[in-house]
Ligand binder design. Sequence first.
Ligand SMILES: C[C@@](CO)(OP(=O)(O)O)[C@H](O)COP(=O)(O)OP(=O)(O)OC[C@H]1O[C@@H](n2ccc(N)nc2=O)[C@H](O)[C@@H]1O
Ligand SMILES: Nc1ncnc2c1ncn2[C@@H]1O[C@H](COP(=O)(O)OP(=O)(O)O)[C@@H](O)[C@H]1O
Length: 288
Amino acid sequence: MNTGVTEPAPAKVNLYLHVTGCRTDGYHTLDSLVVFAGIGDTVQAAPAGTLSLAITGPEAGSLAAEPDNLVLRAARGLAAAAGREAAATLRLTKRLPVASGIGGGSADAAAALRALGALWGTRTDDATALALGADVPACLACQPVRMSGIGEVLGPVPPIPKLGIVLANPRLALPTPAVFARRSGPFSPPAALAPRWPDLASFVQDLGALRNDLEAPAMALCPPIAEVLSALRALPGCLLARMSGSGATCFGLFATPAAAAAAARLLPAIWWHWGGGVFDAPVRAPQA
Ligand SMILES: C[C@@](CO)(OP(=O)(O)O)[C@H](O)COP(=O)(O)OP(=O)(O)OC[C@H]1O[C@@H](n2ccc(N)nc2=O)[C@H](O)[C@@H]1O
Ligand SMILES: Nc1ncnc2c1ncn2[C@@H]1O[C@H](COP(=O)(O)OP(=O)(O)O)[C@@H](O)[C@H]1O
């Protein structure tokens, strides 16, 4: 019996995010260093005669298995590109808060593309991935990347020193379009990154000179982000704290995954939070 294919959908973290311009279609060009955390959703795909989606997990209540769920959109997009029927039983285990700047929906879509690619023997082309969201190409790669364009240009990054990450969200959903719409002022140049980081201190120093250009507009829409950042900065061993993506999730960097896990336990229980290491498990190639 074919029990299907399971793929991880780890949280995306934008360690810095510069908004470098705006295209005529309203999409913004970005420069961002993206890594993935050791926490995420899971997508499972099994053979079936029709397309269906069931959602479970601690954050399942924030999402309905509606036709516009990114997992179903990914299945339909991949099937259309391959000229085949979109038929599979999909299961999504939702652990990441929805609309929170850590790309949960994009990671789910990417995991569905990888899982269904393996199940159906089809290949995800770049246009199919990007049509699902600007973050989907990076989530499909699922490894540290430097993101530019609107998210579709992925470049290599030097090895990232071992570190720990804490993620914290005040449990307030923040829609990405509203944050971009609120942004104003001059655009930023792309970051000048070191060709390599000999240790975590030099990495953190480089990041410290950069920023997330969406932090101010996000904070204007969601003032508790300032509280989350202060709480992260006050945690023992926190080396740097910043917002990820369009928020409201913020991250703190720590010397080790164990230090991050211990620090996360000190955050208010009413916030969604997690501490650990970067995602380092293998994922399937998006090509079957
Ligand atoms: C900001 C980022 C940074 O990684 O992350 P999140 O906050 O979503 O996690 C991403 O660029 C988000 O990617 P994603 O969430 O896939 O965005 P999309 O669905 O394609 O776009 C949602 C809306 O955000 C705005 N948008 C998005 C991406 C981009 N490069 N420029 C934009 O202006 C547009 O208004 C667009 O209509
Ligand atoms: N599987 C999914 N997981 C999360 N959000 C989804 C999913 N499918 C559709 N969405 C919708 O996509 C939007 C963005 O969600 P998400 O990717 O979690 O945001 P962000 O990229 O800011 O973390 C939300 O409004 C949500 O309703």
